[in-house]
Ligand binder design. Structure first.
Ligand code: PLP
Length: 352
C-alpha cells in the first residue's frame, strides 16, 4: 500500500498464475503447457529473426500473422485480432465489448482471470453456478446480460460443451457479445469458429500457448465479425501499437502453417490423456470428462490439498484450487508425456 498508488490499484485483486518453479527434474503438470516442444519449423523461423532487422519496429498490424491465422480458419483477415497471449486478447475483449449496464455472465467455476479483468475495468458481473455434474447449462444464461463468456472446454474442469448448445445460446442471445474462450479446444472439443459468419455477436479466442506449444512466445488471437475485431483494434491501438514482436510473429506464423506437427502432437496428448484416465481410475480417482490437455480428478478417499503436497514432496507438481469448496477435493493435472504419466501413476500407487 502506498500513497502514490492510483485509487484503482488499492482495489485490485490480481490473478495468481500457476507456479513456474526454478528447479530441475520436476514433473511439471501444473500449468497446462504442452510436453512437446514447438515444431522445428518454428525454431528455425525464430532463429532467422535474430538479425539486424531487430533494430526496426515490427509490423504494428501483424498482417502476415493474421493472414496465416485467417487461412487456417477459413476467415477473412479483418476477422482476426492478435495479441500478446490470449490473456491480453481477453483483457482487450473485456474492455472493448463486455462493459455495459447489464452484468457480464460467466460460470462460478471457470478461468479465474475473468473476475480479475472485471475488477480492472470496473465491469459488473454475475456468476452462474455450474450444474451438480460441473457442466454448463446454457438455459441458465437466458437472462438480461451485457455479455457472456466461458471457456470451451471449461477450465479447470476440462468438460467440453457440444456445439449445438453454443448455437442454441447464440440463437437466443442476440443483443450482447458471446465470447467462447477456446484455449484448449484442439484437444478434442468442437470449435465454434464455424458459427462466426452466422452470428455477428460471437467472438472466439484461441492461444498458441497450448496446442501449438508456444506458451513462452506469448501469442493469442480472437476471431469474429469485422465489427467486433474493429473494437479490439481500437483498444489495442490506444494501449500498445506493437504487442507482437518480431520473434513472436515469425514463430507464430510458422506454427500456424505446420498443421502436420500440430495434429501429431495434439493426437499424442489426447492418447496419453486417455491412458492416464484409465490408470487413475484403477487407483480410485473420479475424473470429469475432458476435452482438454488436462484432467480434473478427485480421489475417493484422500483430499486434494493433501495429495498435492504429497506429490510435491516427490517432485511432481499439479494444480489445486482451495476455493470454491466444491472443487477443493480435485487436482488439475496437465497431460504430459507418457513417461511423466508413468511417473505420476507410480508415485500415486506408492502414496495411496
Ligand atoms: C481458459 C484459459 N484462457 C486463456 C488462457 C491464457 O492463455 P495465454 O495467455 O497463454 O494465451 C488460459 C491459460 O492458462 C486459460 O486457461
Amino acid at each position: 500500500m502506498s500513497k502514490f498508488w492510483s485509487d484503482i490499484v488499492h482495489k485490485l485483486t490480481p490473478y495468481v498464475p500457476g507456479e513456474q518453479p526454478k528447479l530441475d527434474n520436476l514433473v511439471k503438470l501444473n500449468t497446462n503447457e504442452n510436453p512437446y516442444g514447438p515444431s522445428p519449423k518454428v525454431l528455425a523461423a525464430v532463429k532467422l529473426e535474430a538479425a539486424d532487422t531487430l533494430r526496426l519496429y515490427p509490423d504494428p498490424n501483424s498482417d502476415t500473422l493474421k493472414a496465416a491465422i485467417a487461412e487456417v480458419h477459413d476467415l477473412n483477415v479483418n476477422q482476426v485480432f492478435v495479441g500478446n497471449g490470449s490473456d491480453e486478447v481477453l483483457a482487450h475483449t473485456f474492455q472493448a465489448l463486455l462493459k455495459h449496464d447489464k452484468p457480464l455472465l460467466f460460470p462460478d467455476i471457470t478461468y479465474s482471470f475473468y473476475p480479475v479483468y472485471c475488477g480492472l475495468y470496473d465491469i459488473e458481473y454475475k456468476t452462474i453456478p455450474l450444474a451438480d455434474d460441473f457442466t454448463i447449462n446454457i438455459d441458465d444464461y437466458e437472462q438480461p446480460n451485457g455479455g457472456i463468456i466461458f471457456p470451451n472446454p471449461n477450465a479447470p474442469t476440462g468438460i467440453p460443451l457440444a456445439l449445438g448448445h453454443i448455437e442454441k445460446l447464440l440463437e437466443k442471445n442476440t443483443q450482447s457479445v458471446v465470447v467462447i474462450d477456446e484455449a484448449y479446444v484442439d484437444f478434442g472439443t468442437e470449435s465454434a469458429v464455424s458459427l462466426i459468419n452466422r452470428y455477428p455477436n460471437l467472438l472466439v479466442t484461441h492461444t498458441l500457448s497450448k496446442a501449438r506449444s508456444l506458451a513462452g512466445l506469448r501469442v493469442g488471437y480472437a476471431l469474429g465479425s469485422a465489427d467486433l475485431i474493429e473494437a479490439l483494434m481500437r483498444i489495442k491501438d490506444s494501449f500498445n501499437s506493437y504487442p507482437i514482436d518480431r520473434f513472436a510473429s515469425a514463430g507464430a506464423i510458422a506454427a500456424m502453417q505446420d498443421s502436420v506437427y500440430f495434429e501429431k502432437t495434439c493426437n499424442k496428448v489426447i492418447e496419453t490423456r486417455e491412458a492416464l484416465i484409465k490408470s487413475l481410475r484403477t487407483l480410485g480417482f473420479d475424473i470429469l470428462p475432458s476435452g482438454a490437455n488436462f484432467i480434473f480428478a478427485k480421489h475417493q478417499v484422500v483430499d486434494g490439498a493433501e495429495l498435492t503436497l504429497k506429490l510435491r514432496e516427490k517432485s511432481i507438481i499439479v494444480r489445486h484450487f482451495k476455493s470454491p469448496s466444491r472443487i477443493s477435493p480435485y487436482l488439475r493435472i496437465t497431460v504430459g508425456t507418457d513417461e511423466q504419466s508413468h511417473a505420476l501413476v507410480e508415485v500415486l500407487k506408492a502414496l495411496l
